[in-house]
Write a protein that binds this ligand. Structure first.
Ligand code: ADP
Ligand code: MG
Length: 574
């Protein structure tokens, strides 16, 4: 029962959001580069799939290459861009007579074409990008067109924090790429900067529950953040008390304007602060009983007066993984806190996630609900245009590039992240083919590449049993079987399981797995009636056979299947 429920939750979130979310990259800096669309632009799209093994090693390698160059050599890559701009190598030929630029004879010294080094060609191409970073998921835009309503609603609710009152809890819903994280972060930055301006104690704590996905970790992260802040507050107070003391020792009137009547009182206060500082103990990343973590967090947050907005992004992932205990505990805290107040802002990609919540949690968390609808193609155009203006050189895009990216992404449930990925990938493909300008065909190539990357990632992360089922479908398809039915899949599946020593599931379970593959867009299954023989599912593969097979075989367990041909043959013998 429990298991069944979990499975269905997992499926749903994968269906709803997991794919796009996982694949189009997380928005948090750290793993921003895991974005598969970043991968391997050194090969033409799909080339990296022709050999089983390169599938796994390819992205990993190129990832490290990319992040290296991004992190450790920013200065150099800039100078590369500057160089090519200044001397116009691309269009004007190689004009060595230009005396403005001194390259110390390294880059463009020699007239002899044969002496062109590895980087000369690349360097001489007219660069398309002005600032590619702007198109990456990690970039936080300063402007968020078409999100005014949502941003204003958040602000209207959260403004009470600046008045020292507790804002209602907020639940934000919307599919991936609808600007939830970007908007929420924008609002929280504004909130914090305003609170500093007016010197009101109001803080926002952002937690990405996809990463911090258990109650222990959420509470520990919060506790440690507050402990660190409290320590700074204590240090500050101690400094002031000690300073006051040094004056008051000689001049007792120094205390007259303070809360301390006597020097003894001041000393007592200093001692108290010192004890507080000593007693504050950071929560280790594992090992404590949860109630101890909870009470540590509780005391840390309540150490002084403040309103805290706890922003739980991807909150559906937390509930899915660890249930709703965290939310239950957090939502009850205000009645027990003395000095501080907390308010929860949950952000979910899964519109139905509250179905799994305890009714009390559900009503408390959903005091205010804000929906982020998908963007339509026109809105996506605006968003892309804003970014493209900063990201690309002038006139680097033909007129149809942005509308086409917008149209593709609008089909993909109005996902702005997908739109930006497309635009960036199109630019990279154009750059790599040494084109002067990004054109429609680059967007189409980018669309294919991203789609293939998505398939690869989905297939790669399937559970083993689903992989075996999928492999059975592939074997049948490769042998020219059309309208494959469940029984045929099951027969091959059984043999494959025996071959690699895997448990054999019932035909019913296999049928379920086929439905899941169908939902993921990997196979396309339809139910057909066989008259008095009942009904069966007939299916075909919706993804490229070769590439998908390569990904499956890169799994160490399935890789053991050396020659699968006999299994399929057996089907015809039966
Ligand atoms: P979500 O959290 O809903 O999945 P994000 O806020 O991470 O979506 O947005 C995905 C990407 O699209 C980010 O790069 C973000 O900067 C960008 N984006 C989304 N909405 C807008 C908008 N209205 N204006 C500009 N950029 C946007
Ligand atoms: Mg998000």
């Amino acid at each position: 029962m429990d298991e069944g429920e979990n499975t269905s939750q997992t499926d749903e979130s994968v269906d709803d959001s997991g794919i796009a979310g996982d694949l189009s990259g997380t928005d948090e800096g750290d793993d921003g580069d895991s974005d598969p669309t970043d991968t391997d632009l050194d090969d033409p799209p799909s080339a990296d799939l022709t050999e089983g093994n390169s599938v796994e090693s390819g992205p990993a390698e190129s990832e490290s290459v990319e992040s290296e160059s991004a992190e450790s050599e920013p200065a150099e890559s800039h100078s590369v861009t500057d160089v090519s701009t200044d001397i116009d190598v691309g269009s004007g030929g190689r004009d060595r007579s230009s005396t403005d630029v001194d390259f110390d004879g390294v880059v463009l010294d020699d007239d002899d074409e044969e002496n062109q080094g590895l980087f000369d060609d690349l360097l001489s191409g007219e660069p398309i990008f002005e600032n590619k970073e702007v198109l990456r998921p990690s970039y936080t835009p300063h402007e968020l067109p078409h999100r005014n309503d949502q941003i204003n609603r958040m602000a209207t609710i959260l403004v009470s924090a600046l008045r020292g009152e507790t804002p209602s809890n907020i639940l934000i819903y919307g599919k991936t790429g609808t600007g939830k994280t970007a908007s929420a972060k924008f609002v929280s930055q504004e909130l914090e900067s305003t609170s500093q301006k007016y010197d009101v104690p109001c803080e926002v704590e952002y937690i990405n529950c996809e990463v911090t996905d258990t109650q222990y970790r959420v509470l520990a992260q919060l506790a440690n953040t507050f402990i660190e802040e409290n320590q700074a507050v204590i240090d500050d107070r101690l400094d002031r008390c000690r300073e006051l003391r040094s004056v008051a020792v000689d001049d007792s009137t120094a205390l007259s304007d303070t809360e301390f009547a006597t020097l003894d009182e001041l000393d007592a206060r200093i001692e108290e602060l010192e004890t507080d500082a000593d007693e504050m103990e950071e929560v280790p990343m594992t090992g404590w009983p949860t109630d101890r973590v909870y009470s540590t967090f509780f005391e840390a947050v309540d150490y002084h007066e403040r309103v805290v907005v706890i922003m739980l992004d991807e909150i559906d992932k937390l509930v899915e993984k660890s249930g709703d205990d965290t939310l239950y505990n957090l939502s009850r805290m205000n009645s027990e806190l003395n000095r501080s107040r907390i308010s929860i802002m949950g952000i979910s990609n899964d519109l139905k996630f509250t179905d799994f919540l305890d009714p009390r949690v559900k009503s408390s968390l959903g005091e205010e609900e804000i929906v982020f609808p998908p963007y339509d193609a026109n809105q996506l155009r605006d968003i892309l245009q804003h970014r493209a203006d900063i990201a690309f050189k002038q006139d680097a895009l033909t007129d149809d590039v942005i509308p086409l990216c917008a149209a593709f992404a609008a089909q993909e449930h109005g996902d702005a992240r997908r739109a930006l990925d497309l635009l960036r990938t199109a630019g990279e493909l154009a750059e790599r083919s040494q084109a002067e300008i990004v054109a429609e065909k680059h967007v189409r190539q980018a669309q294919d590449k991203i789609e293939l990357d998505r398939v690869v990632e989905v297939v790669r992360t399937l559970p083993t049993q689903s992989k075996i089922v999928l492999f059975a479908v592939i074997l049948l398809e490769k042998n020219g079987v059309h309208n494959i039915n469940t029984g045929e899949v099951f027969n091959i599946y059984k043999r494959l399981c025996e071959e690699i020593d895997a448990d054999v599931l019932t035909q019913r379970r296999v049928t379920d797995l086929i439905s899941e593959l169908d939902m993921l867009g990997i196979v396309n299954a339809v139910v057909v009636s066989k008259g008095r023989y009942g009904r069966t599912k007939e299916m075909g593969l919706s993804v490229p056979v070769e590439e998908t097979e390569a990904v499956l075989l890169s799994d160490s367990r399935l890789g053991d299947i050396e020659n699968a041909q006999p299994f399929v043959q057996a089907r015809f013998d039966n």
